[in-house]
Design a protein around this ligand. Structure first.
Ligand code: SF4
Ligand code: SF4
Length: 309
């Protein structure tokens, strides 16, 4: 079984359209949406949840008003300014970091630490195969932990169903959820666009995959809106010894398909769909060759990050 992560370095590159198309084209796979802060793959894949679970992480402090004598000590010692005084002390759930110091020092034992229900995760059926996805509640942190959790769930599901491929939709940027989504992947595909910020974010993303020694491939979306910048990106990829998987042209059919909620590869005539099919064929070959690359040229393909705790 192989895990392939699709990253973009930034939002708005068309990554979701492309991974939705891969979902349409790939056989025997499970999809994972690791963009738990602002997931959007579900808009394209129209999941029908078969399992829904709470995601609980960390604790939040809460005052039991009938025990509080309003001494104010907790307000003084909270380093996060999470507590205010009304008739009794009141803790802002949003501001509380769950350090537990207030509960430790409260003379009346009036503060308790509740487990923090900060999101939900799902296993869903889609027309294209199973999707494991999640939603972190607004203002909650620990998105990296939730990403690790749903990736582990997807892996268990893949093992129990003899699935060949896990296709992972990563979060934009290079932050905690992206780093968590890199854990254990075999190959990263970076979707970029021919703009200065696209090139800059591509470089940052490739720095990250280099750092973790994970092989990466690049795909330029809407390459023809700025051919010169596309050429610059190709040159940068060559200099870094990163293979270009393909170039997808700008095509209004992509937007039409997004509005209809279907992958663009459902279109028989779209130039973008045709280019994505070509990219997919090349990607399949790269996935199939991953094990060979390790043994033949000693490349780093297949090296694994340690599992996130
Ligand atoms: S330290 Fe305890 S008793 Fe004092 S104000 Fe805070 S919650 Fe109330
Ligand atoms: S648990 Fe920590 S952050 Fe939360 S209110 Fe108490 S002292 Fe402040």
């Amino acid at each position: 079984m192989k895990e392939v992560l699709i990253l973009s370095g930034k939002g708005g590159t068309g990554k979701t359209s492309i991974i939705g198309s891969f979902a349409d084209l790939a056989d025997n796979k499970i999809m994972v949406d690791c963009d738990v802060d602002a997931s959007d793959l579900h808009l394209l894949l129209a999941p029908r949840p078969t399992e829904e679970h709470d995601f609980v992480s960390g604790v939040k402090a809460r005052v039991e008003a009938d025990k509080c004598n309003a001494c104010g000590m907790c307000i003084e010692i909270c380093q996060f300014e999470s507590i205010t005084m009304e008739d009794t002390a009141v803790i802002s759930k949003l501001a509380c970091e769950g350090c537990g110091v207030c509960a430790h020092f409260c003379p009346e034992d009036a503060i308790i630490l509740d487990k923090n229900h900060c999101g939900s995760w799902y296993i869903s059926d889609t027309d294209y195969g199973p999707l494991v996805h999640a939603q972190l509640f607004a203002g909650e942190e620990n998105s990296g932990k939730l990403v690790s959790h749903i990736k582990n769930q997807a892996k268990q599901l893949a093992e129990s169903t003899n699935t060949d491929l896990i296709l992972i939709d990563g979060a934009p940027g290079v932050g905690c959820p992206v780093i968590a989504s890199l854990s254990n992947v075999d190959l990263v595909v970076v979707i970029t666009e021919p703009t200065l910020s696209g090139k800059h974010d591509l470089e940052r993303t490739l720095d990250l995959t280099d750092h973790f020694k994970i092989p990466a491939l690049v795909c330029i979306n809407k390459w023809d809106i700025h051919p010169e910048m596309s050429t610059e990106i190709e040159t940068a990829c060559t200099q870094r010894n990163v293979a270009l998987l393909g170039k997808i042209p700008f095509d209004t059919t992509v937007v039409d398909c997004q509005i209809q909620g279907v992958p663009v590869t459902k279109s028989k005539t779209s130039p973008a769909a045709e280019a994505i099919r070509d990219v997919w064929v090349k990607l399949q070959k790269k996935i199939n060759n991953l094990d060979d690359q390790v043994s033949v040229d000693g490349s780093l393909a297949g090296l694994k990050l340690p599992q996130a705790k």
